[in-house]
Design a protein around this ligand. Structure first.
Ligand code: AHR
Length: 329
């Protein structure tokens, strides 16, 4: 499998992507709402996961801006509210509508074989963005996204370097069965193996701020503030929820309990600069232009790679303060 890294220009493309607003929670046709006049536009159905996080909002805006009528697309957008069955049903609807191409951000990795085969049988190319699937890569044209496993490794390596003494770790996991939750856990665990960091608990907060807050409240009740040294949150929103829970318990996040998270969205970066989060690994959501380019290439019969990886950075509070003004999400 070829691995190609795409980084140059993504920030610039993202500026355009973020000029749109709004995040629908159900199907809506056409980002701009206007009648396209049909004809020349490429019809695309986009099956988004939902609207669980700040990252997801930025990703949705990026996709809607890139798949605009101005750029030659007629987009039908569906957000499945994190329900895998609803997302598969949305893809089936797109197949029945006979769209030119389908783009999916798969909520979970498993369960895609049948519907991807149906799309293939209907000669509708599928491009995956953001998350991966366990189905054979013969069933889709291409995937563009981030190396979630490496994000976990980067987070874990920072923890390993900064926690030499015995450390009690709790983990706020992303959506169960999703590629980022699986891979970020695996990469982190590998990086902290053979250190004195002990994972005492790990539960899903479903990538939401509320979920992170509730799970952290449970951890604090069970282990107490003094029984937890470090939180690893699979995304910024859950880390922000954990901050609320730690403050409500009378402790200082980032000091009494250290926090590592992933995404580097605006609210997460501001909490990092405030020293409430101690380290963030980026997960770039601005994938719209890249996905749109791949869809056009596939429909033009050009050869595309199976995977396109976008590179991530990482930030300490000092590094976050230096870049915050130029961040696009
Ligand atoms: O798939 C990417 C993950 O999904 C982001 O890290 C998280 O914030 C989002 O919900």
């Amino acid at each position: 499998m070829k691995k190609k890294t795409l980084l140059a220009g993504i920030a610039l493309l993202g500026a355009m992507a973020l000029s749109a607003t709004g995040c629908a929670s159900s199907t809506d046709a056409g980002g701009d709402g206007g009648d396209s006049g049909g004809g020349e536009l490429i019809t695309v159905g986009f099956a988004q996961t939902g609207s669980e996080s700040g990252w997801r909002s930025a990703n949705t805006e990026s996709m809607k801006a890139a798949f605009s009528e101005e750029n030659g697309f007629k987009l039908t957008f569906n957000a499945a509210d994190n329900d895998p069955a609803a997302q598969i049903a949305a893809v089936r609807d797109f197949i029945n509508q006979g769209v030119d191409a389908i783009v999916i951000a798969p909520i979970v990795t498993d369960g895609w074989d049948d519907v991807l085969q149906e799309a293939k049988d209907a000669d509708i190319p599928v491009v995956l963005e953001d998350r991966t699937v366990s189905a054979s890569d013969d069933l889709y044209a291409s995937w563009v996204g981030l190396d979630f496993r490496n994000e976990g490794v980067m987070a874990g390596e920072w923890a390993a370097e900064n926690f030499a003494d015995p450390t009690k770790l709790v983990v706020l996991e992303g959506t169960t069965g999703s590629a980022p939750a699986n891979d970020r856990a695996e990469g982190f665990d590998e990086a902290i193996a053979d250190t004195s960091i002990e994972k005492i608990d790990s539960q899903t907060g479903d990538f939401t701020r509320d979920g992170g807050k509730k799970v952290m409240e449970g951890f604090l009740q069970k282990y107490g503030v003094d029984g937890i040294d470090l939180v690893y949150a699979h995304n910024d929103d859950m880390a922000l929820g954990a901050i609320e829970a730690i403050e409500a318990a009378g402790a200082t996040p980032g000091e009494d309990i250290k926090i590592i998270s992933i995404d580097a969205v605006k609210d997460g970066m501001l909490a990092l600069i405030d020293n409430k989060i101690n380290f963030i690994v980026e997960c770039n959501p601005l994938l719209g232009e890249l996905a749109a380019g791949i869809v056009k290439d596939v429909l033009d019969g050009k050869t595309v790679d199976k995977t396109y990886f976008v590179t991530d950075e990482s930030f300490t509070p000092e590094q976050a303060a230096e870049v915050i003004d130029s961040r696009l999400y």
